[in-house]
Design a protein around this ligand. Structure first.
Ligand code: RB5
Length: 146
């Protein structure tokens, strides 16, 4: 189960991604925003990231104008590993090396076809584990020193 969220800046691209998820036969939930009216991306990033970390959803896809705000806000949640991606290779590597559990996309930065390819690579790639486990295990150590 995938959670999808956007602000107004990611709203249009989110509609394309939702259609793509339907075509892929994915189970997903769109937790908003539901209109193109201006809103605040941290509200959606926090809700989605907390739900992923809690295990309600396996992964999350967040969209704002640049993807930057969503990724910054999501990564404030302990246990969130949100990767902002502009290409397919980054989407593959954020899964293989970082076990990213959320993907951020910039609705004003990339077109729908590239965004769908990024989503596919993100959803279809597994974490490699091994030495990467030790490295991502240091994320909570950093958080505990805050
Ligand atoms: C909203 O105007 C815009 O700031 C937001 O969508 C996002 O790009 C922030 O990082």
């Amino acid at each position: 189960m995938i959670v999808v969220a956007s602000d107004h800046g990611g709203f249009a691209l989110k509609q394309e991604i939702l259609d793509h998820l339907r075509e892929r036969g994915e189970e997903f939930e769109d937790i908003g925003t539901y209109t193109p009216d201006s809103c605040d991306y941290p509200d959606y990033a926090e809700r989605a990231a907390r739900a992923v970390v809690a295990g309600t959803y396996e992964k999350g896809i967040l969209l704002c104008g640049t993807g930057i705000g969503m990724s910054i806000a999501a990564n404030k949640v302990r246990g969130a590993r949100c990767a902002l991606c502009f290409d397919g290779l980054s989407a593959e590597l954020c899964r293989q090396h970082n076990d990213a559990n959320l993907l951020a996309l910039g609705g004003r930065m990339i077109g729908p076809e590239l965004a769908k390819r990024i989503v596919d690579r993100f959803l279809d790639t597994e974490f490699l584990g091994g030495r990467h486990n030790r490295r991502i295990g240091k994320f909570p150590e950093i958080e505990s020193r805050n």
